[in-house]
Design a protein around this ligand. Structure first.
Ligand code: WT7
Length: 647
């Protein structure tokens, strides 16, 4: 039997105590789509509300009036739900086992201790003039203060915008300006794989860019104690929290008040700031976390993502904390000091649930089974995967080697826009097929459309859309509602368009096939081809650039670039590495090009549109399936590109 055809039934030990078994999944799913509002009002009881909502969804997906609201009449505070409500029962329970990049550096923080730290910092932010509705940018390493800062913002009603610490000063500057943040929180340096990254210096560089004058204060956490330059606007975190009271009332927020902005790449233009609001988002993050990982009070949960991505927001901070779960927070990388690290952390803290990415799995798999010999991982019960399609081979390895063939794998499909997981197995309910995200979560109605917008039935493949809203859905793009409507609600009428392609098999299992727009997925990170292209054409040697993805063993997709140089510029290896450095500096290391091919011409239609389909095929070395090239303005361009394939 091929790996793909193999099935993995629900293990008996998991079924016995699971929150949701197969029958419960079926009946509850049915209710969730038939009596949607009643279903969500009932689920809303998972949260502590200052005033309970009487209404659930109030939604229009129609292009001229897109509006998404949930629980409008309810009030609550996200930070209160993550901390205060656990204090009586779980105050002394560990919220986070923090492990530094250097494994000798650790800290275990209880819910009570975290509550105190959050209150002090929240009061500190107030002293800096941060008010309800203000935006605050975070550019931080994976240290407890990152969680403290997010929750402190939520506590006082400020909107956080976390920018991944691997982004460049320019990328940071754009996000600071777009979000209008008056305060930036960072640290002197971050440490990953034994290397220091100058976060504060990057912030200073970002704040040299036009438009950033709005920033009044930079709060700096001392992480390494590096000797950094300081300016008038800088405040040490330690000084900001010194002498602050450990009491700070949690601001009552309307369910639809903004909780955070998170930037992500689209197929065109600058990254967009997706806006998530308080009540619906928190409910959806907490419920999905609870059911998908089948979380119980004795679990130790580890989501090995970064707080700079939506996975970190929903499944390191808001979901697990709202559920009062003990988590691991890891600063470092899986390969440092060696590839045994992940397994050793699992053993050290008795991790029962591990949520990670296919890229991480493949990077360990490439080392061979023996790298897991330094750990037993017997504590593990449930595994999770997110960020990109997991190929059946990696799925198998994850299952057999990391999970000792004992743990079901939750392949969770979702997006920054969806706030939480949308298509996924449940540990006690779903028979698994490696590589399939399986079935929709409660309340989620996926469908497959052809390009004309007709719904396809049965076993088929098409554009993945979602028919009706769910509480975790992003409400808008910050400062640009029009773009929100255009991107998600104009391709097909009255449904949410995901941008992903998907297959459904005879048994109704969903198999995500990947992006169908010009968005790349590199190591589970979303990259817009247009962003990389506009970075390249800003270089004086470059006339034109076309970026496509190609299959990459570890990263899933690699970045393949066709560059047309300006007249008179001679191609050279030096220029190639200069362009690689240029993109890294401009966007950040996650955008590092894998291959640059010199292209005297690009395949274009007579109307001047680049035929990416052809470029993708050449990059993937699939030269048989180039299709019809006769509509090209100059078909001979293609032969030249094939002759000079790089990589
Ligand atoms: C895109 C969203 C969701 C958190 C991390 C990424 C791809 C995500 C899966 C999966 C196949 C997946 C999709 C999606 N994706 N999870 N389990 N199987 N593809 O969030 O950066 O917003 O990217 O990641 O293409 O559209 P994101």
């Amino acid at each position: 039997m091929t790996e793909q055809a193999k099935r993995y039934p629900v293990p008996e030990t998991i079924r016995e105590r699971a929150w949701v078994d197969e029958a419960a999944y079926r009946t509850r799913y049915q209710t969730s789509v038939e009596s949607t509002n009643a279903f969500w009002l009932e689920e809303a009881k998972r949260l502590d509300w200052f005033s309970k909502p009487q209404t659930a969804g109030n939604v229009s997906f129609s292009p001229d009036s897109v509006s998404i609201k949930w629980f409008e009449d309810g009030t609550l505070n996200a930070c209160y739900n993550c901390l205060d409500r656990h204090l009586d029962t779980k105050g002394d329970q560990v919220a986070f086992h923090w492990e530094g990049d250097d494994q000798a550096k650790t800290d275990s923080i209880t819910f009570k201790a975290l509550h105190e730290r959050v209150c002090r910092f929240a009061n500190g932010l107030k002293d800096l003039g941060v008010k309800k509705g203000d935006t605050v940018t975070l550019y931080m390493p994976m240290i407890p203060e990152a969680v403290v800062a997010m929750l402190a913002c939520a506590r006082i009603g400020a909107i956080h915008s976390v920018v991944f610490g691997g982004f460049s000063p320019d990328a940071l500057a754009n996000r600071i300006v777009d979000s209008g943040s008056r305060v930036v929180i960072t640290s002197d340096e971050s440490v990953r794989g034994g290397k220091q990254i100058p976060l504060k210096e990057n912030v200073d560089e970002a704040l040299d860019r036009p438009g950033t004058e709005v920033v009044e204060h930079v709060v700096v956490v001392k992480r390494t104690g590096a000797d950094i330059e300081t300016t008038e606007r800088d405040r040490w975190y330690d000084d900001v929290v010194a002498d602050q009271s450990a009491e700070c009332p949690a601001e009552p927020m309307k369910a639809e008040d903004p909780l955070f902005i998170l930037y992500t790449s689209g197929s065109t233009g600058a990254p967009k700031g997706l806006l998530h609001t308080t009540g619906g988002y928190l409910l959806y993050a907490s419920m999905t976390h609870h059911d998908i990982f089948d979380v119980h009070d004795d679990d130790v949960y580890w989501c090995a993502a970064d707080v700079g991505w939506i996975t970190g927001h929903s499944y390191i901070v808001y979901g697990p904390m709202a559920n009062g779960t003990t988590s691991v927070l890891f600063e470092g990388v899986p390969s440092y000091p060696d590839h045994g690290r992940i397994g050793e952390i699992i053993d050290r803290y008795g991790v029962t649930i591990l949520y990670t990415s296919p890229t991480m799995v493949r990077s360990l798999m490439a080392q061979g089974d023996h790298i897991m010999d330094s750990s037993s991982r017997q504590s593990l019960r449930v595994l999770g995967s997110v960020g990109e399609p997991i190929n059946p081979e990696a799925w198998q390895w994850f299952y057999r080697v990391i999970g000792n063939s004992q743990c079901p794998i939750m392949d969770t499909w979702w997006q920054t826009e969806t706030g939480g997981v949308m298509i996924t197995p449940l540990p006690g309910a779903t028979e698994l097929k490696p590589g399939s995200a399986t079935h929709p979560f409660f309340g989620i109605q996926p469908a497959l459309y052809d390009n004309e917008g007709n719904e396809l039935e049965g076993a088929t493949e098409g554009n993945l859309i979602i028919k009706a809203s769910w509480p975790g859905q992003a409400r808008t793009i910050w400062n640009n509602h029009e773009r929100f409507v255009q991107t998600y609600f104009s391709t097909f009428d009255d449904v949410y368009f995901t941008g992903d392609g998907c297959r459904r098999d005879e048994e109704g299992y969903y198999w995500i096939t990947g992006r169908i727009d010009d968005v790349l997925n590199v190591s589970g990170h979303r990259m817009g081809t247009a962003e990389i292209e506009s970075s390249l054409v800003a270089h004086e040697a470059v006339a034109e650039a076309a970026v496509v993805g190609f299959p990459h063993d570890v990263k899933g997709q690699g970045i393949y670039i066709y560059v047309t140089l300006n007249e008179g510029v001679t191609p050279s290896d030096e220029l190639r590495s200069e362009l690689v450095k240029w993109v890294r500096k401009d966007i950040g290391p996650i955008a590092t090009p894998d291959v640059i091919q010199w292209a005297p011409g690009l395949p274009k239609t007579r109307s001047g549109k680049i035929m990416r389909r052809i470029l993708r095929k050449i990059a993937a070395n699939e030269l048989d399936g180039l299709g019809d090239t006769s509509t090209l303005a100059d078909p001979s361009v293609v032969d030249d590109l094939i002759d000079h394939r790089a990589g």
